[in-house]
Design a protein around this ligand. Structure first.
Ligand code: PEP
Ligand code: MN
Length: 279
């Protein structure tokens, strides 16, 4: 079994299979609170939502930035769910840390050793996505940068790699995710939203991740995907998330697990926001 990483009132790496769900980007208070309530009602473990977005096209929506932080606070308050937010530069660590339960390193930053070193110096769980062209060993070495700095609470996330096909946005490397879990003591999540870029492939890839013994999934959810400001084409509608969670339960029972929610976590690591300890 991998180590257990507590975040908010949830934990990843134990018997619970975590479902982290929410919009690609936080767009407005109404959008985030509506999606957050639906994600909670569907039985998910934790929320996600982009604040500082790393978009391929500079003309595309870049995220609300700091304006999104009161909305993150409100969603945590309204649902009691932990919140995962991507950090894209070292100076954002201090800005984000007191508002979120886990900091995500995005695919484009997996090789950013300056950022990884800084994340090694804080006490806040880190979700480390695999670079879109990273070898598995490079992914584990990126995690080692954080761990060597003193922060042991690292969770890996396979989000698909670039291959030659264009029928899917990326190629979700499930075997690689299982390899990473076998070769390290770190829990491993799978992101089939970015991993496939196709809404209809998300449910089967969630089932496969559960059956393969991985520790959870991260999926994008939007209440109105046709009008989402980013990644609407791959975003689930809330009812689709609820259907996936319902379908996951028998698969997870088969491998001795269940979907983790704050209610099923035995170790309550306090509702108080964790403070950053820099230095
Ligand atoms: C995301 O999760 O919002 C994201 C941008 O993912 P990735 O870094 O895997 O592209
Ligand atoms: Mn996205």
């Amino acid at each position: 079994m991998p180590q257990t990483v507590a975040f908010g009132r949830a934990a990843v790496g134990g018997t619970a299979f975590v479902v982290v769900a929410g919009p690609c980007s936080i767009e407005s208070r109404t959008q985030l609170l509506e999606v957050a309530r639906e994600v909670r009602a569907a039985g998910a473990t934790a929320l996600r939502g982009g604040v500082f977005k790393m978009r391929t096209d500079p003309k595309d929506f870049q995220g609300l930035g700091q304006e999104a932080l009161p909305l993150v606070d409100a969603a945590r308050q309204a649902t009691g769910l932990p919140f995962v937010v991507e950090v894209t530069s070292p100076e954002q660590i201090g800005i984000l840390a007191d508002h979120v339960d886990m900091l995500q390193v995005g695919s484009r930053n997996m090789h950013n050793t300056t950022l990884l070193n800084e994340l090694g110096r804080i006490r806040k769980p880190i979700l480390l996505k695999r670079g879109l062209a990273a070898r598995l060993r490079e992914w584990l070495l990126a995690a080692e940068y954080i761990v060597r700095g003193g922060n042991q609470d690292v969770v890996l996330c396979e989000r698909g790699i670039r291959t030659f096909g264009d029928e899917t946005r990326n190629t979700l490397d499930l075997a690689g995710a299982v390899w990473a879990r076998q070769q390290s003591r770190l829990p491993v999540l799978v992101d089939p939203s970015h991993g496939t870029g196709r809404r209809e492939l998300i449910a089967p890839m969630c089932m496969a991740a559960a059956a393969a013994g991985l520790d959870g999934v991260m999926v994008e959810v939007h209440h109105d995907p046709d009008h989402a400001m980013s990644d609407g084409f791959q975003s689930l509608r809330p009812n689709e998330l609820a259907d996936i969670i319902a379908a996951l339960r028998p698969v997870l029972r088969g491998v001795g697990r269940d979907v983790g929610g704050p209610a099923v976590v035995s170790r309550d690591v306090s509702t108080a926001p964790q403070m950053t300890e820099l230095g």
